[in-house]
Design a protein around this ligand. Structure first.
Ligand SMILES: [Zn+2]
Ligand SMILES: [Zn+2]
Length: 372
């Protein structure tokens, strides 16, 4: 108990200093209030956004992790749609009262950055402490831990017959790539798409393009093993950008002049310019990496005169309580074989998981905290 509030002892991976390693230690977690639930974390994906979070000046120590999944242990009295024992994924946090939230677009919550990148839970306060001292949270959940107290609005009930280590990464990286295709672009079956980068987000976009039955799905990446897998997951054509001299020309030839849609997950300015120039009249380009400076970019020539759209989106335009159950169903029907891009690590091996993720040895690292 601290100040009359009950706390739960648990283990969490602490990030204590700039460029430091993750260190698993005992911490205290506040038990849920009326609008929250307590979840035993079974698995958590590792996503590049955790790395992004290290550079935004949040007070340290912090517990990262924002692709959690687990089993509900306690439910606040106001929570209507979640019960003890439910299997759940937990996604981004949002305020629930701003104009975008009440218009049905929580992914564009006006307080999104304040909450998810503000070191706090959805109620504006941290739920994590160590020896009574506050720790920063991430995405309102801090899932690199054995438990999470999280606002019920971010918690998605999922089918119990799917491994929670498959479900965990759907909460951010997977819904970002799949949602860009299925929620934002909504391509027709006679349309074409190019995806730059074959990490977890790019592979998800490729699998989703196959679900949408796109006529041409072109994957562009630098590693042969990734391109082989991209083909297995649905790419109709692949281009190894490390082997061709002029990526833009190669793609133009391959596509008879261009594609309807382009998604960039590389954050590389040259690739983004390739993506823009490769789309046909009135095509749409979605950049999904939070970087990418384009030199000598002529917006009049390359956007207006070609009537193209460059669209910034968040979380694949996903409303998690709607979209994650759809992804789970696609997975169960064999139409979204997410297990093929996942490598599992035990929680204690978080350092190795990060290393393998950073070096591209694995596509999607998922930490497993508990068997059940
Ligand atoms: Zn909001
Ligand atoms: Zn993420």
């Amino acid at each position: 108990m601290i100040g009359g509030i009950s706390m739960k002892e648990m283990r969490a991976a602490l990030y204590k200093e700039d460029n430091g390693e993750y260190i698993i230690e005992n911490v205290e977690l506040i038990e849920p209030n009326a609008n929250e639930v307590l979840v035993k974390v079974i698995a958590s994906g590792m996503c590049h956004t955790d790395e992004f979070g290290k550079g935004i000046g949040l007070p340290l120590p912090i517990v990262f992790g924002h692709e959690g999944a687990g089993i509900v242990e306690k439910v606040g009295e106001n929570v209507k749609d979640i019960e003890v024992g439910d299997h759940v994924a937990f996604s981004y946090a949002y305020c629930g009262y701003c104009k975008n939230c009440i218009s049905g677009m929580p992914q564009y919550c006006e307080h999104f950055n304040d909450i998810n990148f503000g070191g706090v839970g959805a109620d504006g306060k941290t739920k994590l402490f160590q020896n009574g001292k506050p720790l920063s949270m991430f995405f309102g959940q801090s899932s690199f831990a054995t438990y999470s107290t999280i606002n019920a609005s971010s918690v998605v009930k999922v089918d119990k017959d799917v491994d929670l280590s498959i479900i965990a990464p759907m909460s951010c990286g997977i819904q970002t790539g799949a949602g860009a295709v299925l929620n934002t672009l909504k391509p027709s079956m006679d349309e074409s798409i190019v995806v730059f980068g074959c990490g977890a987000v790019g592979m998800s976009a490729i699998m989703a393009s196959k679900v949408a039955r796109c006529k041409r799905i072109i994957a562009v990446a630098r590693k042969e093993k990734d391109l082989i897998l991209a083909k297995e997951l649905g790419a109709t054509d692949v281009v190894d950008s490390s082997k061709v001299e002029n990526v833009a020309e190669t793609l133009k030839e391959l596509t008879n002049g261009g594609v309807d849609y382009a998604i960039d997950t590389t954050g590389n300015g040259n690739m983004i310019l390739n993506a823009i120039k490769l789309t046909k009249y009135n095509g749409t380009i979605i950049p999904l990496a939070p970087s990418g400076v384009i030199e000598n970019f002529n917006i009049g020539q390359d956007v207006l005169m070609e009537m193209r759209t460059i669209k910034g989106i968040n979380q694949g335009d996903s409303i998690p309580k709607v979209f994650i159950p759809r992804l789970v169903r696609l997975y169960k029907e064999g139409l979204f074989p997410l297990d093929k891009i996942i490598t599992k690590y035990s929680f204690d091996d978080i350092g190795k998981a990060k290393e393998d993720k950073d070096t591209g040895k694995c596509i999607k690292a998922v930490l497993v905290m508990s068997d059940k």
